[in-house]
Design a protein around this ligand. Structure first.
Ligand SMILES: NC(=O)c1ccc[n+]([C@@H]2O[C@H](COP(=O)([O-])OP(=O)(O)OC[C@H]3O[C@@H](n4cnc5c(N)ncnc54)[C@H](OP(=O)(O)O)[C@@H]3O)[C@@H](O)[C@H]2O)c1
Ligand SMILES: [Zn+2]
Ligand SMILES: [Zn+2]
Length: 342
């Protein structure tokens, strides 16, 4: 086996470059994974621009990583060499902070985050914490599983944890990496699913993904249309625009919830009226743990949900990232290594 591997690192803010790194041995409780595929998530912007608090460069981005275990660190008994696994944004908890001690690992105050606190999956090799990895079912190709590890789990968990009931009116705002999976999950969980995008271009795609209704915010006020339909029990906000998010609260039914998963740079402006008169609420939710990932993958197999992807060789990560940032990806760019299914 070669003692070096190819990776794409952020060497300085805005600069993604291909480098050769030496392969290292996994430490106690860690595994080394030979990467096959890695999705390009909009959150990678925090690494590429170098703006994530505490981030140090160089750093290899990527937190939708699928590959095979090729080395086990001391004390790892749960996993076997050759097993296909994945790691997402949540790479492991510290186990000692207050949220962890309360069993709320996803909100760990000192988590391992691939691509941020440690090198991520824009690479042929990654070292991951054994407690942070998920098994990949045989039914899913590596390139299909990768986007489910962040875009998938984030929308799946947000929807399944929202206290919704079958038949509820649910909006999914923003039809990108997260949104196109959110639409599918909402539909397959039995909700009356409304996709909220801007422009006509994605209408047919949204309907193909399972949306019952498409709202084009370039011509219609989403809140007015949703109220005409009875008001949404929940709206999953995946578009990175605070400006577009605030007005959605008025499209909620009484006690409806605006679930924020996007992390826009601009502020969300809110009117107190629809919050107070009708008991509406707004809250955020962050990814999920490894076992939630396994649930996401199992549900995707059960309901035949797959991401729509565009694959590119790892070496072209900079182009893939640019395509995602320009909103051209349909709907997830996935980097594929020599060992992957190119
Ligand atoms: N909470 C979490 O755990 C979590 C996990 C992953 C990602 N995120 C965050 O979630 C957001 C989305 O990530 P992603 O990977 O899905 O990004 P993406 O693939 O770039 O998709 C974002 C989509 O939002 C659409 N959009 C932008 N502004 C809009 C507006 N005003 N109205 C309607 N649609 C609009 C864009 O479409 P057009 O430009 O074509 O309109 C684009 O398709 C990012 O902020 C990311 O950091 C959060
Ligand atoms: Zn992500
Ligand atoms: Zn913790």
């Amino acid at each position: 086996m070669a003692d070096t591997y190819k990776a794409v690192e952020v060497s300085a803010p805005g600069v993604l470059r291909v480098v050769e790194r030496s392969v290292s041995e996994p430490g106690p409780g860690q595994v080394r994974i030979r990467v096959e595929a890695c999705g390009v998530c909009h959150s990678d912007v925090a690494t590429v621009t170098g703006t994530y608090p505490g981030l140090t460069l160089p750093r290899v981005p990527g937190h939708e990583v699928v590959g095979r275990i090729e080395a086990l660190g001391a004390g790892v008994s749960r996993w076997k060499i050759g097993k296909r696994v994945g790691v997402g944004f949540f790479g492991g908890e510290d186990g000692v902070c207050e949220p962890c001690r309360r069993g709320d690992m996803v909100n760990c105050q000192n988590p391992v985050i691939p691509g941020i606190t440690v090198d991520g999956g824009y690479a042929e090799v990654i070292i991951a914490e054994a407690r942070g990895i998920a098994a990949i079912p045989d039914e899913l190709r590596s390139v299909e599983a990768a986007p489910l590890l962040c875009a998938g789990i984030t929308t799946y968990n947000a929807l399944r944890n929202a206290g919704l009931r079958g038949g509820d009116l649910v909006g999914v705002q923003g039809i990108g990496g997260l949104g196109h999976l959110g639409i599918q999950f909402a539909r397959h969980m039995g909700f009356r699913t409304v996709a909220i995008g801007r422009g006509r271009e994605k209408e047919q795609l949204a309907r193909d993904l399972g949306a019952h209704v498409y709202i084009d915010t370039a011509v219609d006020d989403a809140a007015v249309v949703l109220q005409r339909m009875g008001g949404a029990r929940a709206i999953l906000a995946t578009a990175p625009s605070g400006n577009a998010m605030g007005p959605l609260v008025s499209g909620l039914a009484a006690r409806g919830k605006l679930i924020v998963v996007a992390v826009p740079e601009d502020q969300i402006q809110l009117s107190a009226f629809p919050l107070v008169f009708g008991g509406r609420s707004i809250y955020g939710t962050l990814t999920g743990t490894a076992i939630d990932t396994e649930d996401t993958l199992a549900f995707s197999v059960l309901e035949n949900i797959r991401p729509m992807i565009e694959t590119v060789p790892l070496e072209q990560a900079a182009d893939a990232y640019a395509r995602m940032m320009q909103g051209k990806a349909r709907f997830r760019m996935v980097l594929v290594t020599q060992d992957g299914d190119r």
